[in-house]
Design a protein around this ligand. Sequence first.
Ligand code: ATP
Ligand code: MG
Length: 245
Amino acid sequence: MLELKHISYTVQEGDDKLGILNDISLTIDDHKLVVFTGPNGGGKTTLAKVIMGLVTPTSGQILWNGQDITPLSITERAKLGISYGFQQPPRFKGLTVRDLLTLASGNEKLSKDQCCQYLTKVGLCANDYLDREVDVSLSGGEVKRIEIASILARNSQFMIFDEPEAGIDLWSFTRLTETFEQIHAKGSATMVIISHQERIISLADEVIVVGDGAIRHRGSAQEILPQILADTLGSCPVLKKEANA
Ligand SMILES: Nc1ncnc2c1ncn2[C@@H]1O[C@H](COP(=O)(O)OP(=O)(O)OP(=O)(O)O)[C@@H](O)[C@H]1O
Ligand SMILES: [Mg+2]
């Protein structure tokens, strides 16, 4: 179980302090699929980075299975079974796709068949990609899918995917949602997926709407999705409703 207790993150902007996350408390139970959604700039990625240890909160505590992991580094958190896929994945010149998957899996060697299993889950063919370098020669969608495959290879207990749909074609997106469904059905991992996509939101056990650095709403997909779909102006209807209240 992951618990966030009163997490705030402030940055200095000139003479002012800017609140990016404001007193967020949240519990995510094991084996749940939770979707964070909400308007651009609302704080979703920052919240994910706080969980992963890429951003240190100004105040508050993060507990993983009862252990206070707030002071732990990314590597230490990864060893405890938490992994994060970037919204815009970094590229690694000199590292091949096979190297990346092998490193992620923690094995000394990974057979072509094993690599193929992970790559197929994100709609890629091992024959075409295993020996490619994870550098600028890969397209945005390719690098995104390869990173997602590396998270699958890591087989973590707690996986965070930051807009996995971004830049991915429809066919691969379908494969990806099936993969999320399968992991969820197996009940072997907890997943937090940051997404704006109806297909992904509809898979969630719980949807959390993050806006202005706070949790604006949380509920089932059935409850939240109609409100999001009804919005034609592009901003979050849950927030608008609150603003008009
Ligand atoms: N270090 C920082 N300094 C200043 N502003 C920051 C910093 N980190 C994040 N922000 C701001 O905090 C807000 C939240 O950013 P974040 O990336 O978490 O949003 P998001 O919900 O993931 O948005 P999107 O849907 O566009 O990915 C944004 O306005 C961003 O510009
Ligand atoms: Mg983001």
